[in-house]
Design a protein around this ligand. Structure first.
Ligand code: NAD
Length: 337
């Protein structure tokens, strides 16, 4: 199948591009490169442009009229930036997705897979969330995802479109074949901070928050290998129509599916696993939670298995190992100068 991939020059989008190709599909990338990497588009069908630019979309559908599915990754994704610049985030993520969905519908591309986030969920007792768990998006970034889900749902109801919102938990690792991985030079997510602590004697890893009501007081997350995440998108595309037929209400054109492993891992447990993969300890200290931090959540994954026939295969150790392998070669692939 030929599939439009917005944000295909980013971390997750580019990994999905490889997974689609490995399974006989043809991705067509639309990316403005606002944060993504040109290196990730080499040898691919690539249109550099904005998701809200109708002209570039018209060109894509003139060149590739057989595209009937779009996977929409393109977004700004840094939570603290969204707190400082909500206007930018609501414009880039919400307003531009509104235009994208409208234009896709006009151009006959009515099947959308949308990158959503587990950051939409409220904290629940036991920390395990089904797709029907209460929502409480706690940052402007998370609220952009919430709004985009609502827009997509309404478009599906009104315009004969079909949408699957995939709520990702915490992606880690890289393409096991090392064609792509995390590309931000100074990232702020937990595994990057651990890699940093492992690479220098001065660096200290902060365990932010140790008084949460979890089994050891540190925050709980569901770390999912990015290749597993990528394969879920391949499965979502391949089982697109069946997913609706298999759902509780086949007449409903909009579905939400969690993508996680189903295993909750605390930050302290993550540090121990990281140290066992590394073969030594890292410098670490315990600090207060950062503003906006929450105890966390992990996924109930039954719906993904039932509707798109997908479940995670890789372990957290695999994710850490692939993050190390990618970190070793990243600067030979990406030119930061
Ligand atoms: P990323 O920054 O690596 O990729 C985003 C891509 O979108 C970049 O290549 C960027 O250039 C492109 N882009 C942004 N705005 C655009 C626009 N207006 N027009 C065209 N291209 C545009 O981020 P990622 O980590 O790969 O995330 C991909 C998606 O997954 C995002 O929607 C994000 O919200 C979602 N998500 C990510 C995580 C995570 O931890 N990385 C977790 C949950 C959900």
């Amino acid at each position: 199948m030929k599939v439009l991939v917005t944000g295909g020059a980013g971390y997750i989008g580019r990994t999905v591009v490889s997974a689609l190709e490995d399974h006989g599909h043809t991705p067509v990338i639309l990316d403005s490169l606002v944060t993504g990497r040109k290196e990730f588009t080499e040898g691919k069908i690539f249109y550099q442009g904005d998701i809200a630019d109708r002209t570039v979309l018209e060109q894509i559908f003139t060149d590739h009229p057989e595209i009937k599915h779009c996977i929409h990754f393109a977004a700004l994704i840094v939570v603290p930036d969204s707190v400082e610049n909500p206007y930018g985030y609501y414009t880039e993520n919400v307003a531009k997705s509104l235009e994208l969905f409208k234009n896709l519908n006009d151009l006959g591309c009515k099947n959308i897979v949308f990158s959503s986030s587990a950051s939409l969920y409220d904290v629940v007792p036991g920390f395990k969330v089904t797709e029907d768990a209460p929502l409480k998006p706690s940052s402007p970034y998370a609220r952009t995802k919430y709004m985009m889900e609502m827009i997509l749902q309404d478009f599906c109801q009104a315009y004969g479109m079909h949408g699957i919102a995939l709520r990702y938990f915490n992606p880690i690792g890289a393409d096991p074949k090392l064609r792509s991985g995390a590309h931000v030079q100074f990232p702020s997510h937990v595994l990057a901070k651990l890699l940093e602590a492992a690479s220098s004697e001065e660096a200290i890893f902060n365990i932010t928050g140790v008084n949460w009501p979890t089994r050891d007081g540190s925050g709980i997350r569901d770390y999912i290998h990015v290749w597993d995440l990528a394969m879920a998108h391949v499965k979502a595309i391949e089982n697109f129509d069946q997913a609706f037929e298999r759902s509780e209400d086949p007449a409903n054109p909009y579905l939400v599916i969690n993508l996680g492993t189903g295993n909750g891992v605390t930050v302290k447990e993550l540090v121990s696993i990281f140290e066992s993969v590394l073969g030594r300890e890292v410098n670490k200290t315990e600090t207060e939670p950062r503003p906006g931090d929450v105890a966390g959540a992990y996924a109930s994954c039954e719906r993904a298995k039932q509707l798109i026939d997908w479940e995670a295969q890789y372990s957290i150790e695999d994710g850490i190992r692939d993050a190390f392998r990618w970190d070793d070669i990243r600067e030979t692939i990406l030119n930061y100068n």
